[in-house]
Design a protein around this ligand. Structure first.
Ligand SMILES: Nc1nc2c(ncn2[C@@H]2O[C@H](COP(=O)(O)OP(=O)(O)OP(=O)(O)O)[C@@H](O)[C@H]2O)c(=O)[nH]1
Ligand SMILES: [Mg+2]
Length: 362
């Protein structure tokens, strides 16, 4: 059961956001069997949902025997605890869901450590709730909660764990910096693929490198950056990097934890922004990616926009992409199909031109 509130996010319609949430659920291995939308100016600080909606939801849970409720926002620990007590059902918020997917997907040691860090940071303020919640739910012999001293111990353990994870990530980071430094010395420019999750970055990466990177029609197929050396039309080399996809309302804990990986982007000479032009929310996705790039201080980087999956469009729509809501008058835009290879020579030429432009400016 997926729940969200009306009118809370810039530009994104409730349907789009809920649809994306359902896709996230499927990626995490759960099927959405019901949806509930609440109209409210702002969420209740105590219970997120209002009284009437809670009753409605409770009735639905009893009728359909739902097992989990997924909320399309990040809940405060207080809201989550109260909701679980009232509904007596497991509540997962958008952040926990994304963290779960990330933990399934991380492959490298660094990726795993980063996700683990984000999970522990998410858990820390939620610990208190867990214990008192158990006490009140169960009560009595055998189910009595471990109490405050246990809670303090648990908090200490989690804090220590967080520190250990940070130390370990720090070590890997140093190693990476060394590697990056060596790479810079070779003078080969780095071109980094960025874009909304599922836009087709890895497919394009494969097409450009003839490599075989994990591609899947699921969200966040790629978590760990992969880099390969490829040749441009003038036979100059570049390093191409495939990265993690972005999403609206990306949990802040994750952005922080993945900072090290995203730092790879800082050293890029050029960003190749891949947009799934066939997606209903292509323009919103493009804007979201731009916002995340701005948060990461990358707005000043030279960018090429690759409008991907044009093989799905028919001839007439290809010429009027405006109808898809995308602002095609953007400079340095090229239409491609990572799958069929359409537009790839033009893309390579554009990369070459853009790199030559930028290097002649500095
Ligand atoms: N029709 C069509 N499908 C494509 C194209 N490019 C990618 N796809 C499909 O889109 C889906 C997502 O592709 P990926 O390459 O995994 O996307 P990504 O941007 O790397 O996604 P994340 O790693 O999850 O952020 C896959 O099912 C691809 O087969 C294309 O040019 N045309
Ligand atoms: Mg990918």
């Amino acid at each position: 059961m997926a729940v969200r509130q009306k009118g809370r996010d810039k530009g994104w319609s409730i349907e789009s956001s809920l649809e994306e949430l359902a896709l996230l659920c499927r990626t995490a291995g759960a099927e959405v069997v019901g949806r509930l939308i609440q109209q409210r100016d702002r969420p209740s600080p105590q219970t997120y949902l209002g009284k009437g909606k809670i009753e409605e939801l409770l009735a639905l849970i009893n009728e359909h025997k739902y097992t989990v409720v997924v909320v399309d926002d990040e809940l405060t620990p207080f809201q989550q605890q109260n909701l679980e007590e009232l509904l007596l059902i497991k509540i997962i918020d958008r952040t926990a869901l994304i963290l779960d997917i990330f933990s399934q997907r991380a492959r490298t040691k660094e990726g795993q450590l980063q996700v683990e860090l984000a999970q522990h940071q998410y858990l820390l303020p939620r610990l208190a709730g867990q214990w008192s919640h158990l006490e009140r739910l169960g009560g009595g012999i055998g189910t009595r909660g471990p109490g405050e001293s246990q809670l303090e111990t648990d908090r200490r353990i989690i804090r220590r764990k967080i520190q250990r994870l940070k130390d370990e990530i720090g070590k890997i980071r140093k190693h990476r910096a060394l590697y990056q430094h060596q790479r810079q010395k070779t003078g080969i420019p780095v071109v980094a693929l960025v874009g909304y999750t599922n836009a087709g970055k890895s497919t394009l990466f494969n097409t450009l490198c003839h490599a075989n990177v994990f591609v899947e029609d699921k969200l966040f197929a790629t978590l760990d950056p992969t880099t390969r050396r490829i040749k441009l039309p003038d036979s100059r080399d570049i390093l191409l990097t495939d990265t993690v996809g972005f999403i609206q309302k990306l949990p802040t804990t994750l952005v922080a934890a993945f900072n090290a990986t995203l730092e790879e982007l800082q050293s890029a000479a050029l960003l190749l922004h891949v947009v799934d032009i066939t997606h209903r929310d292509a323009e919103l996705q493009r804007k979201t990616v731009e916002e995340v790039l701005a948060q990461l201080d990358l707005s000043q980087k030279p960018v090429i926009v690759a409008l991907n999956k044009v093989d799905r469009l028919d001839e007439s729509t290809k010429n009027s992409l405006d109808e898809h809501g995308i602002e095609v008058k953007l400079k340095d835009t090229v239409q491609i199909s990572a799958k069929t290879g359409f537009g790839i020579p033009e893309l390579m030429e554009l990369i070459l031109r853009k790199l030559t432009d930028t290097s002649s400016k500095v």
